[in-house]
Design a protein around this ligand. Sequence first.
Ligand code: SF4
Length: 216
Amino acid sequence: MKKNDIEHFFATLREANPEPRTELEYSSNFELLTAVLLSAQATDVGVNKATRKLFPVANTPQAILDLGLEGLESYIKTIGLYRSKAKHLMETCRILVEQFNGEVPSTREALETLPGVGRKTANVVLNVGFGQPTMAVDTHIFRVSNRTGLAPGKTPLEVEKQLLKRVPAEYAVNSHHWLILLGRYVCQARKPKCWECLVSPYCDFKPKTEAPARKS
Ligand code: SF4
């Protein structure tokens, strides 16, 4: 994708959705971190369903610790891999209380010391929670970046580096949401809906897909 097209690509996405938001529900950075930790290989809808019950009861590191492992598991057992996620979350809460005064740290180095927090989770928290122009490359962003020619790369890290280089600064903070939403609802894995895609004129993917024929 050419530089000029990248500009139009993001200008179009911004015009359609000027203030994109994550679909995970949260009201503090700790709730955000918890939701992101729980969301690995799970849907945002599934995570929201669990956290709507969990957060009113426990939404601080100390409150989660007070629930105990079994107590925490009882709230999240509808989410895949809940046992290991519960263990990571308990340990993360212990470290937050002991080393970070109960606050979520705002640096990648500190975030990545927390159990279950890898580069992608740290990027989401830095971007969504702290407004930093980081790029958390999930399956949607990886696919969209390659398919459109926006930021081709063989690994998520390669795509992340390309995006950091190629996305114009004024779109950097929100680009993560725009790309996820594009991938989730339009540029879907099995068959992209090019016929209804706003950024089709700027996308390198060929041939573009056509709308299914109407049954008469
Ligand atoms: S035109 Fe098609 S391939 Fe390109 S971003 Fe849109 S849906 Fe994806």
